[in-house]
Ligand binder design. Structure first.
Ligand code: AMZ
Length: 445
């Protein structure tokens, strides 16, 4: 794939990218441009640094390109796993653009994309600190809506001089975001909540399922196409109804698409996008970059990749590079084994193994469905969901089997011991009125 996005998350460094990155870092160091080192370190040290960086699970590297060449980067650093109370925070570090590429807005673009990626990954607080001497960076953060909450008088030592440091923070709730962003309608956490909520009492997101078959909104039992209940022949109206009921996300699946290997319910998905403003994740039949890109450009917030996660992991990796924070793996399992192609095929792959591979590929989250429970109203497979959430470090969305409010309460309880559980997909129980939206939001909130 030759097309390279201006800003992308870097999971692996090809030689030319590594050299460009070292070049940019060197130039920034020489310029006193804020990459930590005061004196140039030589190419080998920088190469080892960047290669090592990619191995640290708490760190994520983002690069910005000019004419396809890396000219700057930034890192997101999350708290160690034991630090539950700060699980919603992430720190931005070492954002820089090489002096030869400045004044083109690349720093702003880099910040914008990194912030969006942090938001997409579920972080709610973005912290950054910077030496007061870095006036360019200081004004960049201020313009982007960061609040300065403190000054450290003895922040750093540069030569003989002690310099002060400025501490900034930004809440990633959408209403305050200066940048247009697909999550802009997501007011899940208000400012007050974000500052007071410990991670263990965080709200779980409820994703109402909109499964599309032949243009209508249906629910299947155990994924069988010939066991469909039609709930609405106007999916856009149904989506609007779920938004009016207070749900902050939509989960749409193009069922014909999942079987056919390409999008099939295009008019219905487009109608939903036009009728609603909340973010939507979409899966079913997305098997190449073109299809993924076109839905993300059309307004879908995150795409769900199922079959290709098993059959073409390199494609997932590429998609994650191109669209950081916007690719989710849909792992659908029958007795622990992953199913593909509309669940018509079952592979040898274990769900946990695939989850680890997908995490490594860079997906923002995993949706885990136990097929034997889907549409059956008998409760989620909590055991498998908890095991999975405790195996990976990215968020896990539970799916398949919610039949009543107690099932949601049980998930909420389980999430206390499996902090990776981020939300739950509910279908039939909502459509049948067995779970009321208000009650569900209360239990999960
Ligand atoms: O119900 C089914 N038979 C079904 C279903 N709900 N088959 C696939 N899917 C969903 C998956 C995932 O969200 O849960 O389609 C998506 C995966 O599609 P694909 O085309 O990437 O495998």
């Amino acid at each position: 794939m030759s097309r390279k996005k201006t800003v992308q998350r870097i999971l692996e460094l090809e030689e030319d990218d590594l050299q460009a990155l070292c070049e940019a870092a060197d130039a920034a160091i020489l310029d006193g441009g804020g990459f930590g080192w005061i004196t140039p370190q030589g190419r080998q040290v920088l190469e080892r640094y960047f290669r090592g960086l990619l191995l640290v699970p708490e760190r994520m590297l983002f690069a910005v390109r000019q004419h396809g060449v890396i000219v700057g980067c930034a890192q997101l650093v999350r708290a160690p796993r034991n630090n539950e109370s700060q699980a919603m925070c992430v720190t931005l570090m070492h954002l820089f653009v090489a002096p030869y590429a400045r004044k083109c807005g690349l720093g702003t673009q880099l910040l914008h994309e990194v912030e969006n990626a942090a938001r997409s990954m579920g972080y709610r607080v973005l912290n950054v600190d910077v030496s007061a001497t870095q006036t360019g960076a200081v004004s960049l953060f201020r313009k982007a809506g960061f609040q300065q909450w403190g000054t450290h008088p003895h922040y750093a030592r540069i030569g003989e001089q002690t310099v002060s440091g400025l501490y900034f923070t930004k809440l990633l709730d959408a209403t305050r975001a200066p940048f247009p962003h697909p999550f802009a309608e997501d007011p899940r956490m208000t400012q007050a909540e974000a500052s007071s909520a410990p991670s263990s009492s965080r709200a779980l997101t409820l994703y109402p399922a909109i499964d599309l078959k032949d243009g209508a909104c249906v629910r299947l039992r155990r994924g069988e196409m010939n066991d469909a209940t039609v709930y609405s022949d106007d999916p856009a109206a149904q989506a609007r109804a779920w938004c009016n009921a207070g749900f902050k996300w939509l989960h749409a699946v193009d069922l014909n698409g999942a079987f056919a290997g390409q999008s099939a319910n295009v008019p219905a998905v487009r109608a939903i996008l036009e009728a609603t403003t909340v973010p939507m994740q979409l899966g079913g039949g997305l098997r190449d970059i073109k299809a993924i890109a076109s839905w993300l450009e059309a307004g879908v917030t995150r795409v769900i990749l199922g079959s290709v996660a098993v059959k073409n992991p390199n494609l997932v990796r590429e998609a994650c590079r191109l669209f950081p924070g916007r690719i989710v793996a849909g792992i659908d399992a029958r007795s622990g084994h992953v199913a593909t192609e509309g669940w018509a095929e079952v592979s040898d792959m274990q769900a946990t193994e695939l989850a680890l591979r997908m995490q490594e590929a860079g997906v923002a989250a995993i949706i885990f469905t136990e097929i034997s429970r889907d549409g059956m109203l008998e409760g989620l497979d909590l055991e498998q969901t908890v095991a999975l959430a405790n195996t990976v470090t990215i968020p896990v969305i539970a799916s398949g089997g919610v039949g009543n409010i107690e099932h949601l309460a049980a998930l909420r309880k389980a999430a206390e011991h499996a902090h990776g559980i981020e939300g739950v997909i509910v279908g039939r129980a909502l459509y049948d009125g067995r779970v009321s939206p208000a009650e569900a939001l209360k239990v999960l909130g």
